[in-house]
Design a protein around this ligand. Structure first.
Ligand SMILES: Cc1cc2nc3c(=O)[nH]c(=O)nc-3n(C[C@H](O)[C@H](O)[C@H](O)COP(=O)(O)OP(=O)(O)OC[C@H]3O[C@@H](n4cnc5c(N)ncnc54)[C@H](O)[C@@H]3O)c2cc1C
Length: 289
């Protein structure tokens, strides 16, 4: 299927890209990996008159720890997350998440920035970033602003990015010692979007109780969700079969699924409960107490 005609623009710097966004307004869209935008154009669900391809802008692909944060450049590909020794050794939740996305061909092109900027509640990185308490850096005509991930997803396919802003960086606070995370996803077949998925990030204290809990939910609401009541309940408690079951029940309540081709709403709530339990125990095991 061939997408509708568009003008193709290829800036070499971020300020040039922002100027093009400003010039062409609502008619323009940023092109990163193209793994969501191009299929949408082919299906006539998006018809931008101008595609601003940011792939030639250097310095937007990196994974590094700096100033208390893990910093991920917006153009970092999913395959680069999977291959990163730093991610593998210190951010298992991110590795789980990237490996669960689509297939290797898609992951070679798809970017972490695009995965968030698309605002699709079915995408996998948003829940992981919610669990990790990430921040998103948006760069626009007036410079940079930092958006906490909790305020980034506004509604279905809509984010807090302004029309003339580019997502340039994702910042994840470096987790303290005895932290660990995990992502569990149920999909109908390999490579599919989630029927439902759960991201958990835990920090344990000296006694092995949960000091900090982040729980994000995928594809069970109009936006990616933070399972707040589940997080609040778990804080200060030791993880065992009883507390895990109670946390899972609360996460299932926090979910807002609707019935669709991937299953009825009640089934998805059940999936969230079960995956929450699994993710909690894996995260605690990785936290290492
Ligand atoms: C077959 C298939 C299966 C898939 N399965 C999954 C899956 O299981 N899980 C999953 O999470 N994803 C899945 N995806 C989606 C894939 O991961 C997307 O590539 C990703 O969501 C978007 O990243 P991208 O770099 O390709 O963005 P693009 O497609 O280039 O852009 C997507 C949207 O974000 C905007 N955008 C992109 N980058 C920026 C930026 N830096 N600043 C501002 N706006 C920006 C674009 O304008 C566009 O509106 C699948 C895709 C395919 C084709």
């Amino acid at each position: 299927m061939i997408p509708p005609a568009f003008e193709y623009l290829r800036p070499k710097t971020v300020p040039e890209a922002i100027a093009l966004l400003k010039q062409h307004g609502d008619e323009a869209k940023i092109l990163s990996g193209g793994q969501s935008l191009i299929p949408m154009m082919k299906l006539r669900l998006a018809r931008p008159g101008y595609l601003i391809d940011i792939n030639r802008i250097s310095g937007l692909a990196y994974i590094k720890e700096d100033g208390g944060f893990l910093k991920i450049g917006a153009l970092t590909r999913e395959a680069e997350i999977e291959a990163s020794a730093l991610v593998k050794s210190r951010y298992p939740l991110l590795l789980d998440t990237a490996s669960a996305i689509a297939d290797p061909q898609v992951r070679n092109l798809a970017t972490v920035g695009g995965n968030l900027a698309h605002g699709d509640p079915a995408n996998d990185h948003p829940a992981a970033m919610i669990a990790l308490g990430a921040q998103v850096v948006a760069t626009g005509p007036k410079g940079e602003r930092v958006i906490p991930i909790e305020g980034f997803f506004v509604s279905l396919f809509a984010t807090a990015l302004q029309q003339d802003e580019i997502l340039t960086e994702i910042r994840i606070p470096i987790p303290p010692p005895h932290s660990g995370g995990a992502y569990f996803k149920l999909e109908r077949k390999v490579g599919d979007f989630a029927t439902a998925a759960v991201a958990v990030q835990l920090t344990l204290d000296d006694k092995g109780a949960v000091q900090k809990a982040g729980i994000g939910l995928t594809n069970v609401g109009p936006t990616p969700l933070k399972a707040r009541s589940a997080e609040d309940f778990l804080r200060g408690k030791k993880l065992d079969a009883t507390t895990a079951a109670q946390t899972a029940q609360l996460a299932a309540k926090d979910a807002q699924p609707s019935s669709d081709l991937r299953g009825p709403a009640d089934f998805k709530r059940g999936v969230i409960g079960e995956l929450t339990k699994r993710a909690l125990f894996r995260a605690a095991e990785r936290a290492g107490r």
